[in-house]
Design a protein around this ligand. Sequence first.
Ligand code: FE
Length: 269
Amino acid sequence: MASTTDQQEKGTTNKVTLESTAKQLPTPILSSSPGLTMYQLFDGKGENEGGSSTFTYLISCDTSKRAILIDPVLEQVERDSTLINTLGLSLKYCLNTHCHADHVTGSGQLKQIFSECQSCISQASGAKADIYFEPNQKFEWAPGHVLNILATPGHTSGCVCFYDSQLGVFTGDTLMIGGCGRTDFQEGDADQLYDSVYERLFVLPDDTIVYPAHDYKGNTSSTIGVEKTTNPRLSKTKSDFVKIMENLNLSYPGKIDIAVPANMKCGVF
Ligand code: FE
């Protein structure tokens, strides 16, 4: 489901488990957004990895060399900081799509390494951060480069997605490839998640590339058009979706008791 003609038209996708950035740089995603370079990095189950199956996105402005990280993972701070330094970038912001329950954000350690870096999360998350996002905010992270903040509560009440009309949409746990984040803990609300997806994400152009926070099946990206028509949960009616979500019978997240308190500080400590 991940590979589509739409994606190939807009750019290739790469999942990168980086073993040594000093020896081998990952391949950037070929972005259709001029002046930007983007890497999709992955936290897998290897030695010194967190095992969270989380995608972290490094996006940089080719002119100013300013960079942002979306959803950094604590266990991957060395990978990320090495890559940023190797590329000669200046990390300005760590953006978190929400207060994660399955891993601890790397924002705090990255702030200690990169003195200019600020952590960001939505105001609605209730977490501490240097910068709080509001719904519909336009966040200019480098000269001429703006991310639109889409409020998408449902997985948690503070979930946001980041949309760049040329790059794509970073959907966190709100919309995953052929799935979505669970709604049975934190402030989860299946009804609300469905509305968020339909009102904020499925209204985007069909060829918009979807970059989720996680994938557990080896996919790397999708498109809004593909998810709208084939997502086994979200292509259904709202009542069918809510029933599906009520009957997932998922186990208690292993790291939630550590990750949520840590992430409520979002790197501000
Ligand atoms: Fe989550």
